[in-house]
Design a protein around this ligand. Sequence first.
Ligand code: PLP
Length: 417
Amino acid sequence: MTAPDRTGPALWSAQAHMPSVLGRQLTITRGEGNYVFTSDGQRLFDGTAGLWHANIGHGRAEMAEVAAEQMRTLETYHVFGRYLNDRAVELAERVRDLSPVDDAKVILNSGGSDSIDVALKLARRYWQLRGRHDKTVVLSRDLSYHGLHAFGTSVAGLDFNREGYGTDALVPETARIDTADIERVRQRVAEIGPDRIAAIIAEPIQGTGGVIPPAPGYLEGLQRIADEHDILFIADEVITGFGRTGTWFASERYGIRPDIITMAKGISSGYSAVGGIIVAPEVWEPFYTDDAPIYRHGTTYSGHATSAALALKNLEIIEREGLLDRVRSLETVLADELAGIAADPRVAATRVAGFLGGIELGPAHSAERITDAMVDEGWIARPLRGNVVQISPPFTTTDAEVRGIVAAVRAGLDATS
Ligand code: PLP
């Protein structure tokens, strides 16, 4: 064992095996459209839109102007108690109007993991308020990812993210359900007892678990189980929200009616740290009556004014540039390209839903090595659990760039086979 180097960068990377990344880190210093540039001047196609967030592309001057103007007027003011700021109010109204939930209320915060904490605390608090004190258990799917704060770490179906944090989940009373078979979900609900279950949380399309679209009828089945047993249905739309599937929310595409939707990423396309939840009336109303308790949640930057101004402009751009239509068209191009590569014997499976694709490689090949080879050639893709290469570029991507990145996967396979 060699002693750790004390002279390296101060920044401790996220989700990285530090000895493996030191010395080969890529520092991004500039972004323009669908491309980012490293400190060495290499131009890279952002084939994953960063962490599925840079949906309108990088470096838009219009966004910089909005931020500067808002900061000159009011950088932010908190939304605790009787205080509000006008941009947060406006963003909440905009999200309410876009959301598939009628008469929703919106809580804003700083990102996806925040949203999971807010949603799951609210689900438990809601049932306490309704006098259903035993309803505390949160169900989540195998292979699910719900961020890395304590609640999200606890409910995730990716066990490696819980390693070393104690014998149980960080937050107790969570349980996993099958990711595809609705009959097995029913059995699990019966075993636990529906009277103990507060909520089911599900990504409409599982992202980090390997880009896994829902099995036919699965989400509708979860919706039925939730309806039949008085269980709150929470759609984690942190990836899918704001257009990734060609509708504002994937809940619309799959015909589900969540009680709570979690969101982040695409709400601002990464121009600021914004997340939040959309709450249906049956959940928020008990907190709005004369004798209601306070929902004890909030952070300094809940409803941050500059972040909200940027999110508003991002949503305007998505609408103005017709990017939802564009996503629907890009889905077709990506599906065609993935159908082509699926015939390659080195590829085990391909999956696509919205502008979100996964290429699962056969056991003799490594998604990690292939994506490393791809970046050397100017194409960013990301290895996911299950030996999958993730492709989810910005909505502003051209058809030629979609063809280019799938060709780059093929070249990566050739280079590493
Ligand atoms: N939920 C889902 C489905 C996600 O994919 C992510 C992040 O990738 C999160 C929650 C957490 O979001 P954040 O990284 O912004 O905290």
